[in-house]
Design a protein around this ligand. Structure first.
Ligand code: EPS
Length: 390
């Protein structure tokens, strides 16, 4: 069973991620993991913090001589900003005068709910853990899940569909998304060259006005065989697992599978993807002319690309803050402001890839099993043979 945890405060010494359940013998491409971390740090609208950090996956355990050994993997990501926070956020008691209080909770952030829950007099510790910095740790283990999925020829990438009111209104192919992932400058990670400048304008607008902007990313999983997930039990449905995984990312407020949102207002004939059968040289199988289902029917992958979207609220830290209340005096004041991003849609997309990869890797391991990569491969190939003979 694939399981993972993360640990770490945004301005603490490091983030740590644990991943348990990967088979032995998986080659670990360190440069790939670091490139994934780099991709998550990019995007137009990130704040000053990204100039301080350059995330690297430092593997502590579970990998030897370049390959997984079947034991739990621990990955450490250093916070370079820690050197500026050692006195403000020490592990030991330290000096109270040097602590940096978050005096008034930011509407939309975890600040107030977290302080009430954990009985903190102010929101510093809440911010430290609720921060999207944590998603870097997920991208590190998500990168390992992607390497595992590659063994099954499955790939997972993302692109940005909307920033504020700038929206891509055309279908984006796998090849276009793949080309995006090769870019050396991510900008807004948008596959439509006409829309991307409008997205940039949306970010410029809020940069100028002291506001923030949300948007929509889409994660696409390519080459997924039919049969991952099941309708047999509610908590094993692939769409439910993916929705939960994406919703767990910071600032995601809605998740859509395929054309889920517009489907609700359309007749069935315009929604469901008609089934065909093709016999061509080297290929015989069922086909679909479109993919409104987003690659999942009845909670089971159907062999089409899996398409799942995350809808992000605008960042809740505002340079021109909304009304709040001072934790100590209960007086109405402006919400706290700390250095922040104004747009994180491309970065959240990379976090989304990690969550989708981890979910698919879990489902693939549940279906194919295996304590070593050759064993998983054998089981996988056997299943492909079965599909061929169907
Ligand atoms: C974040 C606030 C900013 C972001 C941070 C998430 O950090 P800081 O307060 O240190 O400027 O940069 O995201 C990251 C550090 C990251 O790696 O993505 C928040 O409050 O959620």
């Amino acid at each position: 069973m694939l399981r993972y945890f993360t640990s770490g405060e945004s301005h603490g010494e490091a983030l740590v991620a644990f991943l348990s359940g990967l088979p032995a013998g998986l080659e670990v491409d360190q440069a790939f993991l670091d490139r994934e971390l780099w991709r998550r740090q990019q995007g137009y609208g990130r704040g000053g913090r990204m100039r301080i950090e350059s995330d690297k996956a430092h593997i502590l355990s579970g990998v030897r001589h370049g390959k997984t050994i079947g034991s739990p993997i621990a990955v450490l990501l250093e916070n370079k900003d820690w050197k500026n926070w050692q006195e403000a956020l020490p592990v030991e008691e330290g000096e109270a005068a040097k602590h940096k209080r978050v005096a008034s909770p930011r509407p939309g952030h975890a600040d107030l709910a977290g302080a009430l829950k954990y009985n903190f007099p102010e929101a510093r510790y809440v911010l430290e853990r609720a921060s999207a910095r944590e998603s870097a740790a997920r991208v590190a283990v998500g990168g390992l899940a992607k390497l595992f999925l590659r063994e099954l020829r499955i790939e997972v990438l993302s692109h940005v569909v909307a920033v504020g009111s700038a929206t891509v209104n055309k279908d984006v192919s796998w090849d276009e998304i793949h080309a995006l992932s090769q870019r050396q400058e991510i900008l807004l990670n948008c596959a439509d060259s006409e829309t991307e400048p409008h997205m940039k304008e949306e970010v410029d607008k809020v940069l100028k006005s002291g506001d923030s902007v949300g948007g929509v990313f889409e994660v696409v999983a390519h080459n997924v065989p039919p049969g991952l997930g099941t309708y047999a039990q509610w908590d094993e449905r692939l769409d439910a697992l993916l929705a939960g995984a994406l919703m767990s990312l910071q600032a995601v407020k809605a998740v859509e599978i395929g054309a889920g949102v517009t489907a609700a207002a359309s007749p069935g004939s315009a929604v469901h993807d008609e089934i065909g059968y093709q016999r061509a040289s080297g290929f015989a199988g069922f086909t679909r002319a479109r993919n409104n289902a987003g690659g999942i029917e009845g909670g089971v992958s159907n062999g089409e690309d899996i398409r799942v979207r995350g809808y992000l609220k605008p960042i809740s830290t505002l340079r021109r803050p909304l009304q709040s209340v001072d934790f100590a005096t209960r007086e109405v004041v402006k919400a706290a402001y700390e250095r922040s991003d104004v747009c994180v849609v491309p970065a959240a997309g990379v976090g989304g890839e990690a969550m989708v990869a981890l979910t698919l890797a879990r489902c693939a391991l549940e279906k194919f099993g295996g304590d070593s990569i050759p064993e998983t491969q054998r089981n996988f190939q056997g299943y492909l043979e079965q599909l061929k003979k169907f």
